[in-house]
Design a protein around this ligand. Sequence first.
Ligand code: 5GP
Length: 192
Amino acid sequence: MLKKDDSIMVILSSPSGAGKTTISKKIQQKYQNFKISVSHTTRKPRPNEVEGIDYFFLSNDQFKDKIKNNEFYEYAKIFGNYYGTSKKSVIDLLKNKNDVLFDIDWQGTQQLSKHSELKLTKIFILPPSKKELKKRLIQRNQDKPEIVSERLNFYENDLKHKDDYDFVVINDNLEACFKKVEEIILSEKRKV
Ligand code: 5GP
């Protein structure tokens, strides 16, 4: 994989609803050089989601064609839908000398970690408790109740993978959590 020496690549993972998407968007807003790698998915768009900004939305067949053509660095099936990081999106970001933020799950993190040429900083964001996570998933009000309970069921399994990460940050307060993630990223950036 192409890697510009002064770019950094940061993975943010968390159980669904722990706040990682909000945090990655805040980083992108504050630091123009950080760009979120826009994933491809077969999940249906949520009402507020925009094609090409939140995701590239594909049919199952379109996604499977891309798998066949080896277009993904990594992909995973999550909650019954495919999600993947295309090589082209990442290469384009690096060509433009951007720093890259990946909002991907632990399966994608494991696959990207196999690319030893990549200098990845892996951050796992956790909610303060399962109870709080449930509250946030319900408040988010973007998913049907059965999807909320499915996502909660995956929480315990997600937790098992926290040791795959370089940093674990608890999101008990969005601003404080953002600050901690910001500190980690700035310190990694200083190293290059
Ligand atoms: P959501 O449906 O809530 O947008 O995302 C569900 C999960 O899929 C989240 O944990 C998110 O980080 C993960 N995800 C999003 N894009 C990708 C991707 O390209 N690859 C992998 N492995 N996971 C992804």
